[in-house]
Write a protein that binds this ligand. Sequence first.
Ligand SMILES: [Zn+2]
Length: 444
Amino acid sequence: MKFQSFIAAALSLAGVATAAVSATSTALGSGEELLLTGAHIIDVEGKQVRVGNLLIRDGKIAGHLDSPPAGFEGKVVSLDGKWVMPAFVDLHTHSFGDGVPGGRPDALGTPQVANHYLYAGTTAFVDLFGDEETLVDLRARQRAGEFGGADIYASLSCLTAPDGHCTEYGVPTRTMSTPDEARASVADLAKRKPDVIKFVYSPSDDQPSIDLATLEAGIAEATSHGIKTVIHVKTWQEMREAVEAGASAITHTPRGDMPTDIPALLVAHGAVSIPTITVHNEYLNYFFDPAILEAPMAKVLASDRVKAAYKNPDMIARYQPSFDERKARNANTLRSVGALAQGGVTVLLGTDGGNWGTVQGYSVHREMIKLVEAGLDIFQVLDAASTGAADFLGLDYGVKEGAIANLIVLDASPLDDITNTQAISGVIKDGRFVDRASLLAPAQ
Ligand SMILES: [Zn+2]
């Protein structure tokens, strides 16, 4: 797939706005307690809901209580009639900002994007390729407490062939042609502690690709460093080969009918799918269904320039002739993702934010709608977006004792209607309520 919007200038600008204005949550101090009372608490992994009280201590879930403990001295927040569930994680984005069809991207910068994510109830995201130096620096500074927002995770680089996909954006990335070069490149990148390692494996593409032996060597080297791999593929055959090569995750959904052996192959190898339905079909939806960008969350997270671009009559006219063809392709994507899930594959949420047809933060909610349309069970969808995605990063999200207290408070049940994930009345990160309004202010 050609990702039209990903413009080099924006990527290299990602670090310009480095100091986010909002001082967001830091972990609760020793002994600091928060008690949420009366909420419907959604246990995504246990696939159940119970009404009760949730005790949070030192940034972690400390237990479920039938009634507030006698003499409780911590903060008590009444959430009668509200719904509480684990916060979201986006496993595939490019955090420089938002793509703008027909124009320069909105280069919000990673700190502001981190704020937008947190506003939208997402407490962590994985940047799957941007400027490596910028991302190393920003991730370190965020972890040192210099700014807040959703937690930054990153592949830091995109490992690809010389002139392969990822090299077209003018941002430095790591290229390789042989197994030895792949091993050396991964070993060098591993020193900078990427949270995952991304490879482009797409011999079917017009652009050059690494060959299978190079991919196998790179994956083996990453695995020897204990780092998971995410492989960008374009065809089902490429997905098959990447899975057999030991990939931890495959990202994107190939076109065409999925061969019937694919789900069992992923299950047998323990590989997960990050299908990024959003980037495959929202591009069309944004142009032809204006209501999507009229949603309250979209209104505040998408800039006027982004919103105007999808109303541009010239652009709409350009895509009108291919509408039916694209719509059929999108239906096929949904069928494939549904069949993957039906076949027992763990499907996890990624948006490919930064591209056209995405809005950082908001698209997490759009991807959940797409996963429901693909036929996933509602708890599967919530797991894909929260506990499951977090688990891929080695993070314990959820409502069980000991889990990180990254939670969202909703006005209505997402089990009844997935669009209710957008009805956020509160976000709790590391055990503390976040000041959401401050997250919308521009970074300085
Ligand atoms: Zn991507």
